[in-house]
Design a protein around this ligand. Structure first.
Ligand SMILES: [Mn+2]
Length: 285
């Protein structure tokens, strides 16, 4: 079981074993197709490290990680040299967790991991819808000649799921062709996150996968990302949106693109750890 996963010092408050867990965290530090500045491979380690400086208890949710049914499996062993093998390991790990009736929560790593996780989720939940939070549309058909890239990942997801099942929030960077594709194939909401999400919350009655690219937050608050984009949301807006996930049937989630190499102060992994704590508490109960 999980032969390609290495044990690490776990995320804050993760004291339970796999058998007891409803939510299973896994690190997937893929850093293969990042085009501007690399370092996302260190993301899972940094998010776990900075989780040590926040409380297990969430004031807002009045819940405590020490009471939450979740575990931290460790990091999938990956090499950037063989992207197909890396994605296959990520997919197999997600499938194994889902087959056990548990919810996988991935810590990236670059955004390309989301496609591999969703390929597994889609097998178990064929009517899954995706909530995608990002500065970038990630809808290119190819990027730098590659069809598998962190800039094409949501295009591949839409091709897999079909049109109308990916909701994109906070997008403030794309090329014209991506926007034309989005008009036909996704539900696209530019710049803001909380208001558009709140407005359509009631219509989401299907199993949900949530993918949060931390660069949806302004680089002033989250400078540790591979491709920073000015004009983003605040951490407060992201957290308020996360609280709005209460009551959704979340069947998987990820937080990706944390690049601690570009953030010596650790603001970005700290924010990601805080968001992750709230996600775990919301989904694991
Ligand atoms: Mn992005």
């Amino acid at each position: 079981m999980f032969s390609n996963v290495a044990r690490v010092k776990p995320f804050l408050g993760a004291t339970r074993g796999y058998a007891e867990a409803g939510v299973v965290l896994v690190g997937a530090g893929l850093d293969a197709t990042v085009c501007f500045r690399s370092g996302t491979g260190e993301g899972p380690r940094a998010v776990r490290y900075y989780s040590e400086c926040i409380e297990e208890y969430s004031l807002r949710l009045d819940r405590d990680l020490r009471e939450a049914a979740y575990c931290d499996l460790g990091d999938i062993v990956l090499t950037a040299a063989d992207i197909a093998a890396a994605l296959s390991r990520i997919n197999a790990t997600a499938a194994e967790i889902l087959a056990d009736g548990k919810v996988p929560g991935f810590i990236g790593g670059e955004h390309l991991i989301t496609g591999a996780v969703l390929a597994a989720v889609n097998r178990f939940f064929p009517d899954v819808v995706v909530l995608h939070f990002d500065a970038h549309a990630d809808l290119r058909d190819k990027y730098l000649g590659e069809s598998l890239s962190h800039a094409t990942v949501m295009r591949r997801v839409v091709e897999m799921l079909g049109p109308g099942r990916v909701y994109q929030f906070g997008i403030r960077s794309a090329d014209r062709e991506e926007i034309e594709y989005a008009r036909e194939n996704t539900r696209l909401f530019l710049y803001g996150v909380r208001e558009p999400y709140s407005a359509l919350r009631q219509e989401i009655d299907k199993p949900v996968y949530i993918t949060i690219d931390i660069d949806v937050v302004d680089p002033g608050y989250a400078p540790g990302v591979g491709t920073p984009e000015a004009g983003g949301i605040t951490p407060r807006e992201l957290l308020e949106t996360v609280y709005g996930f209460a009551g959704l049937n979340v069947v998987g989630f990820d937080i990706v693109e944390v690049n601690p190499v570009c953030d010596p102060g650790g603001l970005t992994p700290l924010l990601a750890a805080t968001v992750l704590r709230e996600m775990i508490l919301l989904v694991a109960g």
